[in-house]
Ligand binder design. Sequence first.
Ligand code: G3H
Ligand code: 13P
Ligand code: ZN
Length: 358
Amino acid sequence: MAKITLRQLLDDAAERGYGVPAFNINNMEQGLAIMEAASAVDAPVIIQASRGARSYAGDIMLSRMIDALVEMFPHIPLCLHQDHGNSEATCATAIQHGFTSVMMDGSLKADATTVADYTYNVDITRRVVQMAHWIGASVEGELGVLGSLEHGSSEKEDGHGAEGALGHDQLLTDPDQAVEFVGATEVDALAIAMGTSHGAYKFTRKPDGEILAMRVVEEIHRRLPNTHLVMHGSSSVPQPLQDMFNAFGGEMPQTWGVPIEEIVLGIKHGVRKVNIDTDCRLAMTAAFRKVALQSKSEFDPRKFLKPAMDALRDLCRERFEQFGTAGNASRIRPIPLAEMARRYRSGALKSERMTKAA
Ligand code: G3H
Ligand code: 13P
Ligand code: ZN
């Protein structure tokens, strides 16, 4: 099995009605845990690396690690995706290092904090789409700004996130504009804003429709039935993980994430890629805390990392099962990038979308 593009994987997911979690990684342990989970339940995988991950591990280390995972798990199609690309250069260098998919997040300017206007977003996203499709790689765009409908602001992850107050017109993707954006850019997948935000502190209570606007997902899917939708900030921040983190010396104030049932509802309405990082971090660091507190003389890092990998593997396996990803890997035959490029050039992928939409 080889690496797969996001476009091919999400086309398959749409055809069969499942969603694919996109897990962020920075190191070998996360990569192994995700692949072990996928292998246990026969799930195709999206592994994504942020700009922070690329500078933490280095592009060469990351891309060699992915090659190793592909070799170790030959039965699992693996999409390597750039999370929140901020510029054409970030996207181009990701592809250069073996990413089969990139996100051009033109909802923010290149500094990843200033909210961009619509024209900027369309222009830069279209340019990245042209470049990526020459090579056969896929592109995810974003329309709308991620942030909380409760307090009208965005959470920053490693310096990434909108600065200043945000209105509901920015925090909720406009369905009319989404139709225009997809037509103008020809993105393969569209990230939309509906009240989720990055990090652990998404909601101050269990979210209802007022603060998690799943109606926006439904409306965009109604207008764009053949566009693959992406939900960012989709960690559920499970209560048992919060409790474990705190039981072993952590200090995480009570918080709420995106309930699994809301994500499953999203999958019924065109959500095909579900971004999860915080839950993975929490699963691992809660396990670190437990070892640190219970085995105070322990100094072998593997004794910390192994339980953390087990916790991450269990979390990923649960998401593969909850989103219907499980059971789909062995059926998929990855199409090489060169063939995807040929299909883009011939217009086959474009016309397929148009025909299905009609
Ligand atoms: O985009 C948000 C992800 O959680 C990545 O976070 O930039 O800290 O790696 P990061
Ligand atoms: P979480 O912080 O909810 O895990 O979201 C991750 C994400 O959207 C990465 O792009
Ligand atoms: Zn995100």
